[in-house]
Design a protein around this ligand. Structure first.
Ligand SMILES: C[S@@+](CC[C@H](N)C(=O)[O-])C[C@H]1O[C@@H](n2cnc3c(N)ncnc32)[C@H](O)[C@@H]1O
Length: 289
């Protein structure tokens, strides 16, 4: 389903989710004691705010007025900070390495983590990159790739530019893809860049197909006012499942929102004591050997 879009570029329901995460980081950055400090997110939100305010879309108008669930802002900020930390740790072990931010949306990680040596690629669907190019400038070690992550030509192009080591990030992406596509993507990353790493947020199968599916979709559509096209399509049983897709894949670690001692999670922190709740939506980190 198409939405009216930004700068006369139509945006699909799935891509509209990038505005929510952008505004979460921008609002958080403006708060006292922010979990994440993201001046570029603030700049972009300020730049597009009047366009969203005049939109026919309820989601866009809510964002422009700063109407965002506080818990969601906390969760998204914790996730972005954790992904930043994964990237920094990778770059400290692999100076001058390459980071590929798949399904980047309007994320501004390059400016948050740049160490002056790395190469950084932001990849998203062509309409998203068309918008992002109006808001951010490609230069030097920062590049954008306008492609579906599932159109694998981008991997050949990347291979021409870097031999590795590469860290692939997928923050809020793979749950919107079919499982067979996620499997194929992971295997392509592995065969194109053996020895690379993948950090990927996933949801449990029960969220994509089981008893939690209705609750999750209701949250996406009724609470966040996203269109019907924004739906979780795939999940995994546990972090070991992706290891079983190929002998060289090794699970390095997993991270749950509840691993954070952030006080603003409030009573939600205690949910982390229930093991399966830690694996409803969480992050997995692999070596693709
Ligand atoms: C929830 S947003 C996350 C954006 C960003 N990672 C962040 O945390 O702010 C999901 C993003 O995945 C992108 N996306 C969805 N399907 C895609 C695909 N097949 N190829 C590339 N990007 C895709 C959407 O356009 C959107 O920008």
């Amino acid at each position: 389903m198409e939405k009216p879009g930004l700068f006369d570029v139509k945006i699909s329901d799935i891509s509209s989710t990038m505005l929510i995460t952008l505004y979460c980081r921008a609002l958080e950055s403006r708060s006292r004691n922010p979990i994440i400090n993201d001046p570029e997110a603030v700049r972009i939100a300020d730049t597009i705010n009047s366009r969203l305010a005049g939109s026919g879309e309820r989601l866009y108008r809510d964002l422009a007025q700063g109407k965002l669930d506080k818990k969601l802002t906390t969760f998204i900020s914790l996730r972005a900070r954790r992904f930043d930390d994964y990237a920094r740790a990778f770059l400290s072990g692999n100076p001058g390495g390459t980071v590929v931010n798949m399904g980047c949306g309007l994320d501004t990680r390059f400016w948050r983590i740049d160490d002056g040596k790395m190469s950084f690629y932001d990849l998203d669907l062509p309409e998203v990159i068309e918008i992002k190019r109006k808001l951010c400038r490609e230069a030097g070690r920062y590049h954008m790739i306008a492609s579906s992550v599932l159109d694998y030509n981008w991997l050949s192009l990347l291979k021409n530019e870097t031999g590795g080591p590469v860290l692939f990030l997928a923050e809020g992406l793979v749950m919107y893809l079919e499982k067979k596509d996620v499997r194929e993507l992971v295997l392509k990353l592995q065969s194109s860049f053996p020895g690379s790493e993948l950090v990927c947020e996933v949801v449990n199968e029960s969220v994509a197909h089981g008893w939690l599916k209705a609750a999750m979709n209701m949250r996406l559509q009724r609470q966040l006012h996203l269109g019907r096209g924004a739906m979780f399509l795939s999940g995994i049983r546990d972090g070991r499942e992706i290891e079983s897709w190929s002998p060289g894949i090794r699970l390095i670690d997993e991270w749950s929102y509840f691993d954070s001692s952030e006080k603003r999670l409030g009573p939600a922190r205690f949910i982390g004591a229930i093991p399966w709740m830690r694996r409803v939506q969480w992050t997995v980190h692999y070596k693709l050997g």
